[in-house]
Ligand binder design. Structure first.
Ligand code: DX5
Ligand code: ZN
Length: 239
C-alpha cells in the first residue's frame, strides 16, 4: 500500500471513453500491453449526466481481451439494477455517485455482495461529508476533478486541497484499524499535473485523453504511460 514516501503502487487507469470504440478489443489490449493497471469504464445514461456511452454488454465483450481489472464508473440514475449485470459482465470495481442512489449504504453493500470492490464518486461540488457514515463499506473513493459527462476537460484545481483532506481521512481511518481504501482521481489528469495530484494523495489516476490521444502505432500509449509513471515518481522523490 502507498505511503506518503512511496508511489511504487500508483495505479494508472486509462479511460476507454477516449478510445476508438470501433476497435475496443484492440484498444484495451494495447493499454494492458502499455502497462495499464486497470481499464476505466465510463457508463453514462443521458439522465444523471448529459451523455450516453456503454453498458454491461460492452463490458462483457472486452473482458476476455485483458487480464487487468475493469473499473466501472457508473454515471447513471438509478444505480442498483445495473450492479448485478456489471458484476456478471466481469467488472472488478464498481463506483457510483451518491446523488444517484436513494440508499447509498445499501448500494455499496450490493456491490460487495456481488464480489466487486465498491466505491463512491465525489463530484467537484460534492462535500466529503457524504462519506461520513459509510467508511467501513468503501474499498475506493473516486474524486472527480472535472464535472462528469465528457472526456478531455480541464483539471479543476480545487481538487488538490480536497484530495489532501481525503488522504488525511483515509490515513486516520486506517490508523484506527479500518480497511484499505484506494483514492482515485478522474478528469484532466496529464503528464504535466500527475505529480502534484499524487503529491496531494492520489494512489490511482484515471487518464483518458492523455493516453488515447497518443498514436499507438509507434508505442505511443506506452510512452505516455511511462511518462505518467516517471512524473508520479517525482512526487515520491519530493515527499
Ligand atoms: C468523465 C469521465 C472520465 C473521463 C476522463 O465523466 O468520468 O473518466 O473519461 O477523461 P480525461 O482524462 O480526458 O479527462
Ligand atoms: Zn470516469
Amino acid at each position: 500500500m502507498r505511503t506518503s514516501s512511496s508511489v511504487s503502487s500508483i495505479r494508472i487507469a486509462p479511460s476507454i471513453l477516449s478510445a476508438d470504440f470501433a476497435r475496443l478489443g484492440e484498444e484495451v489490449r494495447a493499454i494492458e500491453k502499455a502497462g495499464a493497471d486497470l481499464v476505466h469504464f465510463d457508463v453514462m445514461d443521458n439522465h444523471y449526466v448529459p451523455n450516453l456511452t456503454i453498458g454491461p454488454l460492452v463490458c462483457e465483450a472486452i473482458r476476455p481481451h485483458v487480464k487487468i481489472g475493469i473499473d466501472v464508473h457508473l454515471m447513471v440514475e438509478p444505480v442498483d439494477a445495473l450492479i448485478p449485470l456489471f458484476a456478471k459482465a466481469g467488472a472488478n470495481l464498481i463506483t457510483f455517485h451518491p446523488e444517484a442512489s436513494r440508499h447509498v449504504d445499501r448500494t455499496l453493500q450490493l456491490i460487495r455482495d456481488h464480489g466487486c470492490k465498491a466505491g463512491l464518486v465525489l463530484n467537484p461540488a460534492t462535500p466529503v461529508q457524504v462519506l461520513d457514515h459509510v467508511w467501513d463499506k468503501l474499498d475506493i473513493v473516486l474524486l472527480m476533478s472535472v464535472n462528469p459527462g465528457f472526456g478531455g476537460q480541464k483539471f479543476i484545481p480545487s481538487t488538490l486541497p480536497k484530495l489532501r483532506t481525503l488522504r488525511a481521512a483515509i490515513t486516520a481511518h486506517q490508523a484506527a484499524g479500518g480497511q484499505e481504501i484506494w483514492l482515485e482521481v478522474d478528469g484532466g489528469v496529464k503528464v504535466d499535473n500527475i505529480a502534484e495530484i499524487v503529491r496531494a494523495g492520489a494512489d490511482t489516476c484515471v487518464a483518458g485523453s492523455a493516453v488515447f490521444g497518443a498514436p499507438d502505432a509507434d508505442g505511443g500509449y506506452r510512452n505516455v504511460m511511462n511518462a505518467l509513471r516517471t512524473e508520479a515518481a517525482k512526487a515520491a522523490a519530493q515527499a
